[in-house]
Design a protein around this ligand. Structure first.
Ligand code: ZN
Length: 425
């Protein structure tokens, strides 16, 4: 068995030019999100690629112009052996007109051992490594006992959770590896949830009535929704500080769990008292917390703040959590993901890394968020493990080192081989 595996892994070195070409090809598909709705061609390419390598594929529109692709390589002994999902997103961060790239971001080129282009690090590098691993398995004629599923999803950069759609469609496995940017660390992640807090008056008043609602003897029970929102922002700051003092998680600097008042919209016109105000917040929480739990904590605290104010008590704030897209409904959820160090698959991944790189991998937490949390949410143990550094993700002159990409592909190939040869308990 290990002779076969050695042969496979050596192929990555012999054929590394093909790996580099594959990544360049993926980068050339312009798939930035926003604007999104532009992944059809890239997904068609991946769909054909998977079919040519013997996988049966499933391609469906999550949004028009943004399909997901899932390929399944059925194992020879599915019932008795472990299955694996390899997951990555095909969309990349947006590119702004005024960014000073050394060349066109979608015309990749190699300089000093780095492949430069939008998505090189986040995360077409990981996608290329995974697809190349599938190609090598196919070319070598090796059959795996366990099922291998590859998912190319859309919308990760704008919270559209193509991965959630795969889970909802029923794709499952004993373990999932998300090949997003992690610089070859094995990572879990904290989570993110956005929310809207709305303060709304039951009545609309003219600007000239302000004196009656704020001064002695005015006898008008009204308020500016904008001014009342400042109380809520203060309440959020108190809770944020309380969290930063009381909560922690290994691997994160204290106070990583923030509540950001990101966008505020309110008032209708200078001739009126503001009768409505909306605050868009972004909440970061730790891997051992759920988005439902932190949303409840915020609601409880802000309701208590509102109860201390005569007007807010009668006009309580309304909360709207999450959303399915930053583009469609201005909201998103990234569930958190805890990595179970003792899980068989995590141990196999650690050993695979060790075997290829001759050193133990770092197991820690991502300072960012990925689709990994959706697997945890669906009850599928998972970890993030990909090439490229977050320093380059979303950056001008985004890049990934060829050497790291090669080492990554070898490790991933080893892991796929070993895990899909592991018998179920
Ligand atoms: Zn990513």
């Amino acid at each position: 068995m290990h002779h076969l595996l050695n042969h496979l892994v050596n192929q990555v070195d012999y054929r590394q030019d093909e790996l580099v070409d594959l990544l360049k090809e993926l980068i050339q598909f312009k798939t930035p999100a926003p604007p999104a709705r532009n992944t059809e061609e890239a997904q068609q390419f991946i769909d054909s690629f998977l079919q040519e390598k013997g996988l049966s594929t499933d391609k469906w529109d999550v949004y028009p112009g943004d399909p997901n692709v899932v390929g399944v390589r059925k194992g020879t002994h599915s019932d008795s052996h472990r299955s694996l999902i390899v997951n990555g997103h095909v969309d990349v961060a947006e590119v702004n007109e005024d960014e000073a790239w050394v060349s066109d971001p979608f015309t990749p080129f190699v300089r000093d051992g780095q492949i430069i282009g939008r998505g090189a690090a986040d995360m077409k590098g990981g996608m290329a490594g995974a697809l190349f691993a599938i190609q090598l398995l196919h070319d070598s004629g090796i059959e795996l006992p366990g099922d291998l599923t590859f998912q190319s999803v859309i919308g990760e950069e704008v919270g559209e959770a193509g991965t959630l759609q795969c889970c909802k469609r029923g794709y499952k496995a004993d373990f999932a590896i998300v090949v997003d940017t992690s610089d070859l660390h094995i990572q879990g992640q904290g989570g993110v949830i956005t929310g809207w807090i709305t303060v709304k008056s039951k009545e609309t008043f003219h600007d000239a009535t302000r004196k009656d609602m704020i001064h002695a003897g005015g006898n008008l029970f009204g308020a500016s929704a904008i001014e009342k929102m400042t109380k809520i922002i203060q309440g959020l700051q108190e809770l944020e500080r309380h969290w930063s003092v009381m909560k922690s998680y290994p691997g994160y600097p204290a106070g990583t769990n923030t509540i950001n008042p990101a966008v505020i919209e309110g008032g209708r016109h200078a001739a009126f008292i503001a009768d409505e105000c909306h605050l868009w917040i972004t909440v970061h929480f730790y891997p051992n917390e759920t988005h439902e739990q932190v949303a409840r904590e915020i609601e409880d605290h802000i309701r208590a703040v509102a109860n201390g104010d005569p007007w807010l008590r009668e006009n309580p704030p309304v909360f709207e959590w999450g959303g399915s897209s930053m583009i469609e409904d201005r909201g998103e959820i990234f569930p958190s993901l805890e990595v179970d160090y003792d899980h068989d698959a995590v141990q196999t991944l650690i050993q695979s890394h060790q075997r290829v790189q001759n050193e133990a991998p770092t197991v820690d937490v991502s300072p960012s968020v990925t689709d990994g949390g959706w697997f945890g949410d669906a009850g599928i143990p998972a970890a993030i493990y990909g090439p490229g550094s977050l320093r380059y993700a979303h950056a001008v002159n985004e890049q990934v080192s060829i050497e790291q990409l090669v080492e990554y592909t070898k490790t991933l190939l080893t892991f796929i081989y070993e895990w899909c040869h592991t018998e179920k308990e």
